[in-house]
Write a protein that binds this ligand. Structure first.
Ligand SMILES: NC(=O)c1ccc[n+]([C@@H]2O[C@H](COP(=O)([O-])OP(=O)(O)OC[C@H]3O[C@@H](n4cnc5c(N)ncnc54)[C@H](OP(=O)(O)O)[C@@H]3O)[C@@H](O)[C@H]2O)c1
Length: 343
């Protein structure tokens, strides 16, 4: 069987904030054969994630964990799709799968323990997009970062979430509320701030772009200090959060999007303050917690089914919209999980 595959590629390494001009859509013919051991998937949703920018750089610490993206080549990505043809026993035509596929209309993969792929449980009754957001990597990042890395132990612990209206951040705040915490988030527009407090149950939120001094803004919201900081932004935001931590505070370092584009200032923490307050800062990777994925799906699926967690998704349409959808993340133009629906 042959299909024409359209895929998104970078034109060159991308070092600053991405724009649509950094990308092109290419075409190739994919050939599947019954004796190949391969599975041909027609992609239905692709995930749009900030970390991809670090893969696109000529060099980045992220390449230690995830392969870099080479100009002109297909870009692997978490995605969901329908099996069109299968040459292995685990998958059959018509199965819906989620895992590492690509920013492309079709993907050929060969199942192996190193390939992250699973069949989507249609019995759960959730829309497929939810398996890419709240029940996918964003949900797992929020769940693992909050409950495994930060471990809220007492009711009323005070939690700060940066990039709080984003895919991971909005879920961190909602999960922390369910754990009995006091939650404050920051975001880059008034509409996003209103979403956090009016719809998602955050105790308070502020627009960081309207704050002349982030340290004072956090001191206002946390007069007794921050117990848990879920950090998505880095740079000045992380510095301000570290300056406001309480003694024995915990910081889950999930991401540093302000530092991915190389424009703003790098975070320079006050180390003496961190020592004397005995602050723990831990970088983490959602997939380190893969053994808890089944438990996560049951717990968070239950919260969504019971209406305790609201799902915020931001969907663009068609492969040609992938570059704009990706650039939008770095302009603060997405709300919740950014996805592109291909079919
Ligand atoms: N450790 C892991 O396993 C893991 C997994 C997934 C994601 N992450 C990380 O988690 C973070 C959030 O990812 P996501 O998928 O949920 O993305 P997202 O928050 O849905 O989208 C990015 C948001 O970040 C904010 N932002 C962009 N540039 C910024 C800047 N210079 N300063 C402050 N805010 C900025 C924007 O919102 P505003 O309007 O608020 O500016 C934008 O909407 C990223 O750093 C990502 O790399 C980590």
């Amino acid at each position: 069987m042959e299909v024409v595959n359209r895929y998104v590629a970078t034109r060159h390494h991308v070092e600053g904030a991405p724009t649509e001009a950094d990308f092109e859509v290419r075409e190739e013919t994919l050939r599947w054969a019954p004796d190949s051991g391969e599975v041909l998937v027609r992609n239905l949703y692709v995930s749009i994630d900030p970390y991809q920018l670090n893969r696109m750089k000529r060099s980045s610490a992220s390449h230690l964990a995830v392969d870099g993206v080479l100009p002109g080549q297909r870009i692997t990505s978490y995605a969901a799709g329908e099996v069109v043809a299968s040459a292995c026993a685990e998958y059959a035509a018509g199965d819906v799968v989620a895992g590492v596929l690509g920013w492309e209309e079709y993907t050929l993969f060969k199942p192996s323990p190193g390939v992250l792929m699973s069949k989507v449980d249609a019995g759960g009754g959730f829309p497929l997009s939810h398996h890419m957001s709240v029940l996918g990597t964003s949900g797992m990042t929020a769940y693992a970062g909050l409950f495994e890395v930060c471990k809220p132990v007492k009711k009323g612990e005070k939690v700060f979430v940066s990039a709080a209206s984003g895919s991971v951040g909005n879920l961190v705040g909602q999960f922390a509320k369910l754990a009995g915490c006091y939650v404050v988030g920051c975001a880059g527009t008034t509409a996003k701030v209103d979403l956090l407090t009016d719809k998602l149950g955050f105790d308070a939120a502020f627009n960081y772009k309207e704050e002349p001094d982030l340290k004072s803004a956090l001191a206002r919201h946390f007069p007794d200090g921050i117990d848990i900081c879920f950090e998505n932004v880095g740079g000045e935001m992380l510095e301000a959060a570290l300056a406001n931590m309480s003694v024995h505070g915990r910081v889950a370092l999930s991401g540093a999007i302000a530092e991915y584009t190389g424009e703003g200032r790098r975070a320079v923490p006050d180390l003496l303050e961190m020592i004397y307050k005995r602050i723990t800062v831990r970088g983490f990777f959602a997939w380190d917690f893969l053994p808890r994925f089944a438990e996560f799906g049951v717990v968070v699926g239950g919260w969504v089914r019971d209406g305790k967690v609201k799902v915020v998704e931001d969907v663009s349409h068609g492969l040609d919209s992938v570059p704009a959808a990706f650039a939008a993340l770095f302009r603060g133009q997405n709300v919740g999980k950014k996805l592109v629906k291909l079919a």
